[in-house]
Write a protein that binds this ligand. Structure first.
Ligand SMILES: Cc1cc2nc3c(=O)[nH]c(=O)nc-3n(C[C@H](O)[C@H](O)[C@H](O)COP(=O)(O)O)c2cc1C
Length: 216
């Protein structure tokens, strides 16, 4: 335990892979995101689509977990989940949310903030329909975030559902679908030497994006 503590406290990484200047970033943060995502994909970053989602309960308690970013367009970022889950219940009551991507191989972090809206049933159907059969069954089987008596209970439910629904007949459950984060704030972070990182942020004001630099 002590060794582990010491090990962790001594870990130091100097970031040297890039720089980020106000003059070089795209004026449109959605396009800047697309550029960095493209570079992350080209760098073969593992789980590049995994994003840390933070939500907040009505009484101000934050809660975070990873979800997969599945679609993006302009400043709209979609992910899919169970509408009865903890995250969804928080988001339905308090739509304020934040995303954080971390791509260590590129020494980059991207933060987004905004409010979520529920995706249309058409959008959720379209996404659900292109999922593999097993994942569709999984969406039906899991009462996400609710207590489960045992693993067996879940597996039995999966087997039951497979008898009930074939790949041809399975439809999206109403309790499962998308949310869209509408970003009104972005921050692009590029690691630099000696903790003097670059942080360029975009704030939406009167329908245009203000670009500024934050201290690291
Ligand atoms: C790599 C990764 C990807 C995930 N993608 C999703 C996702 O797209 N949707 C989802 O509901 N949960 C996803 N999860 C599971 C969530 O992190 C979380 O355990 C689950 O959604 C329940 O969260 P909640 O109880 O806060 O609602 C993912 C987890 C990991 C580690």
């Amino acid at each position: 335990m002590d060794d582990l503590q010491k090990h962790i406290s001594k870990l130091r990484e100097d970031f040297t892979k890039g720089i980020l200047n106000e003059a070089d970033v795209n004026k449109d943060p959605a396009l800047q995101f697309e550029l960095w995502l493209q570079q992350a994909v080209e760098s073969k970053i593992n789980e590049v689509q995994a994003v840390h989602l933070s939500s907040v309960s009505l009484d101000g308690k934050p809660s975070s977990r990873i979800v997969y970013l599945r679609e993006f367009q302009n400043n709209n970022y979609s992910f899919y989940t169970n509408y009865n889950s903890k995250k969804a219940q928080q988001l339905l009551k308090n739509p304020n949310a934040a995303f954080t991507f971390f791509w260590p191989d590129l020494e980059r972090q991207i933060r987004m903030e905004g409010a979520v809206v529920k995706a249309s049933t058409m959008q959720s159907d379209a996404y659900f329909n292109q999922r593999p059969y097993e994942s569709k069954i999984g969406a039906w089987a899991s009462e996400q975030s609710h207590l489960l008596r045992s693993r067996k209970e879940l597996e039995e439910k999966v087997e039951e559902l497979k008898k009930q629904y074939t790949p041809a007949t399975i439809k999206r459950p109403e309790f499962w679908g998308g949310f869209i984060l509408k970003a009104n704030y972005y921050e692009f972070w590029q690691g630099r030497k000696s903790r003097l990182h670059d942080r360029i942020c975009y704030e939406l004001k009167n329908n245009s994006w203000n670009i500024s630099r934050l201290a690291p």
